[in-house]
Each structure stands twice: as C-alpha cells, then as structure tokens.
Design a protein around this ligand. Structure first.
Ligand code: CO
Length: 297
C-alpha cells in the first residue's frame, strides 16, 4: 500500500548556533520528534557564523553537505572538512565535544539529522563514518536519479533503492535517500512497513500519490511530509524544474526520550548525569579538559 501524507509542516527559518540560520524540520514545535529521529535541520551558514564548541551525548548526528562545506574538529583530535555531496555519520555515544564551522567564505548549506540510539547503545564509544561524494552509491533510472545515502544497519534487510546499498552501517536501522527528479519523473520507493518515514523537500514541486487520488498531496520546498502506514511511497515531480528531496525512514526505538539540548537520554536522571559529566569532564567528557577548537581559539 502506498503511504499517504498524514502531516505537512513548513520549516520557517530560525536562528541557531552562533549567527547561523536553519530551517528545522523534525524538532520544531509542530513536529517534535518522529521516532527514531530527533531533529533535521537544513542549515545555511557563512563566516563568521557557525556552530562552535558544543557537546553531544546519547545519539548520532548525520551531516550531509549540499553546497560548500563544513570544517569539523573534535576533542579527540578528529578533524576534517566535509564538502558538497559528502556525508559524515557521527555516533556521539557517551560523549563528543566538537565544532562545526563553515569551510568556504560563501554560503555553506547542508542537512543535519539526529538519530536516536537505544538505551543499550547510548553510552557506547564515539565513532565516525565518513563517505566522500564519490563513495556514495548512486544510480539513475527513468529520469530519476537517486544518490546514495541509503543506510541500513547490518541488522537489517534491504534498505536498498534501485538495487544499490550504502556502505554506512547504522546502529538504528535507517534509510536516508537523496532524490533528484526531472520534471514529470515518477518514482516508487519501498519503505519497511513498520518504520516511521518522512520527506523533506529541498527544491521544486512534488506530489505524493496515495491509493486514493483525493488524498494526494503536493508540496513545495522547505516542507516536511510525514508519511502514514504502507510499504512504499510514490513521488512525482509536478513542476517545470528539477525537484530535490530526501526520504528518511527508520525503525522506531519505542523508548522514553528525555532531552536537554544536545543530550538525549531515556530519563531526566540520566540527563542530569550527562550535564554533570560534561561540567566535571568525566565519564566520556575527559578530553574536554583544556580543549578548545582552533575555531574558538
Ligand atoms: Co554538533
């Protein structure tokens, strides 16, 4: 059964970080969370704005660059630049402190997704998976190109699209697909039945077609379209220009969520512990002692 749109929300631009602008999809007040997803931001940043030194605990951040780049640096010495088309999947686990700053003098644009971790994995060691644009599997078919990033856990089945798979391995089973469609192109993408799924439109005008034509929903850019039950989604580019959108789906974790900014745990007590650990630089935050990113010096 084709999934229909059950909620459509516009991401109005807001301030975030230090002087940066974001359009928040998941995570805004009309769409607080969509298990296992905690947040999706379409960020737009140029120097001197950015996201200087800040911590994370209890989840994963996935950064995908659409234009320009982001220079990142963490308290363990891990650093580099993620450029257009590149992907960084960071498992914050028990703790990461890092900075994320614009890599070019112009406009730097990307998406950052926060994927929750189940209780048993919230305090694992931090880890990174980085894929250059050229390493992300992509394929084109019938006027529709799908660029990689489909990520599935090794515990999972085919998180595939058009027969390709991403080398990224996720703790929480997730699909993340970036679609570009020529005008008039139509695609049908399988999405596991029990997963939560949504589309975020970056540009163009698309239509989500369900079983009943009266329930079809059209959408322009900067909208989030939450999908209802079903095992696939059908999307058609209705506009005169190329359409660009991402489809993100994941297996719900089904646990309570306690969140305080960049700390996401199961209970308020664990949040208090996270704040204490960060302030006292312990239990995963030891390296924060005396550390400042180059961007902050
Ligand atoms: Co961060």
């Amino acid at each position: 059964m084709r999934r229909k749109v059950v909620k459509k929300v516009l991401s109005v631009e807001q301030a975030e970080g230090r002087g940066a602008r974001v359009r928040r999809s998941i995570g805004r007040k009309e769409l607080r969370r969509l298990d296992p997803f905690l947040m999706l931001d379409e960020f737009r940043v140029r120097p001197p704005a950015g996201f200087p030194d800040h911590p994370h605990r209890g989840f994963e951040t996935v950064t995908y660059i659409l234009k320009g780049g982001v220079k990142h640096e963490d308290f363990c010495g891990h650093q580099g630049v993620i450029s257009k088309g590149d992907l960084q999947w960071m498992t914050a686990g028990r703790g990461v402190v890092h900075s994320e700053m614009p890599a070019t003098d112009g406009e730097n644009v990307g998406l950052q997704l926060w994927v929750n971790l189940p209780k048993a994995e919230k305090l694992i060691e931090p880890a990174y998976q980085e894929l250059l644009a050229t390493e992300i599997p992509s394929t084109a078919q019938d006027g529709t190109s799908v660029k990689g990033k489909l990520w599935q856990s090794r515990r999972l089945i085919a998180g595939e699209s058009m027969g390709i798979q991403s080398p990224v391995r996720t703790h929480t089973p997730v699909y993340y697909l970036d679609f570009e469609q020529q005008p008039g192109a139509r695609l049908i993408q399988e999405v596991p039945q029990s997963w939560n799924a949504f589309l975020y439109v970056l540009s163009g005008m698309i239509k989500i077609q369900s079983e009943d034509e009266e329930e079809d929903v059209e959408s322009e850019a900067h909208h989030t379209l939450v999908l209802g039950d079903g095992d696939s989604v059908q999307v058609t580019n209705m506009g005169p220009d190329k359409a660009h959108f991402v489809l993100i789906a994941g297996q719900p974790i089904g646990e309570p969520v306690a969140q305080y900014g960049p700390f996401v745990m199961n209970t308020q007590e664990e949040i208090n512990e996270a704040i204490t650990d960060y302030n006292l630089q312990q239990n995963g935050f030891e390296n924060a002692h005396g550390w400042r990113s180059a961007a902050q010096k």
